[in-house]
Design a protein around this ligand. Structure first.
Ligand code: PLP
Length: 289
């Protein structure tokens, strides 16, 4: 792993060079952001959307981003090509850095670190299907940590993943403090009720994959809505799937006592996402950058 290509503050290096100091506020206060995009067969899915989200996350957390969009895209292309991988993740991270004074309240005078690396792509799991349970840990609300801005503050998600593992599930979904469905550790979730795809609207990351699903629903007249999904509505779900850069659309086969087989809507969307990987509207050929 350590030999994979990387980039730090404008210079190319190897993954081994991306270690962070314990003094970096990104490490001790999660004062950082990140983004992950996937590249397959030379094409990056939703490249612009990922770079835009990284920029927005930096603005949201008031992290400086000294590199322009085109520079960041060129980094993606260079890391992908020099990795010699066919399917890869390109991972960006921006951390606050170390305050010159040593005082952690000196937020404006830190040596911000901007980093990226490429590593092999993997799906959600070997089966690329998910058995999920319902976490008893509520998702941190947007009012505390705006989940639209990607962040490393994962304790609620990590505790939920432990609950899933303890109970023999692949992963878990979390409710918010009002009992509405949110998301899980590293993925968004959608449920199909009365043939309409229901997508949680609050206390979730603005996942690029779910955004792609929504664009495909719009283009193909597949009914969907962003809404509050009360936990009691879940009993009426006839299908459920999760979305993430790692795995695209992953069918949920089990959710607590419910069992699902992929619906026609889910199968159609899976096919449409597969096509999106080859369409210029959704994916960028990296050698053209
Ligand atoms: N929700 C959380 C908390 C995530 O960490 C991720 C991905 O890392 C997602 C949702 C899915 O987002 P995307 O589709 O952009 O990968």
């Amino acid at each position: 792993m350590n030999n994979f290509p990387a980039w730090r503050n404008g210079s190319y290096c190897s993954l081994a060079d991306l270690s962070l100091s314990i003094l970096d506020l990104g490490v001790i206060h999660s004062d950082a952001t990140y983004d992950v995009l996937a590249v397959r067969h030379g094409r990056a899915l939703q490249l612009d959307a990922h770079i835009d989200r990284l920029t927005a996350s930096c603005q949201g957390w008031r992290l400086p981003m000294p590199y322009a969009v085109d520079e960041l895209k060129a980094v993606v292309a260079e890391l992908y090509h020099s990795s010699e991988l066919d399917s890869a993740f390109v991972w960006f991270a921006v951390t606050r850095g170390i305050p010159d004074s040593g005082n952690p309240r000196d937020l404006a005078k830190c040596n911000t670190q901007v980093m990226a690396y490429a590593k092999p792509y993997y799906g959600f799991n070997a089966a690329n299907s998910a058995r999920l349970c319902l976490s008893t840990v509520p998702r941190t609300p947007d009012a505390s940590i705006n989940q639209r801005f990607k962040n490393w503050a994962w304790p609620d998600l990590t505790q939920s993943q432990w609950q899933a593992q303890d109970r023999g599930y692949d992963s878990a979904v979390l409710l918010d403090h009002n009992g509405y469905l949110t998301e899980g550790p590293g993925f968004n979730v959608a449920v199909i009720i009365d043939d309409v795809i229901h997508i949680p609207q609050h206390n979730v990351l603005g996942g690029i994959t779910m955004h792609t699903v929504v664009k495909l629903c719009q283009a193909n007249a597949i009914p969907y809505k962003y809404c509050n999904i009360d936990q009691h509505q879940l009993a009426a779900a006839t299908d459920m799937f999760i979305t993430s850069t790692a795995g695209d659309i992953v069918p949920v086969t089990e959710f607590e006592s419910q069992r699902f087989t992929p619906s026609d809507q889910q199968l159609a969307l899976k096919q449409l996402v597969k096509q999106a990987w080859t369409q210029d509207e959704y994916s960028t050929i990296l050698h053209t950058i």
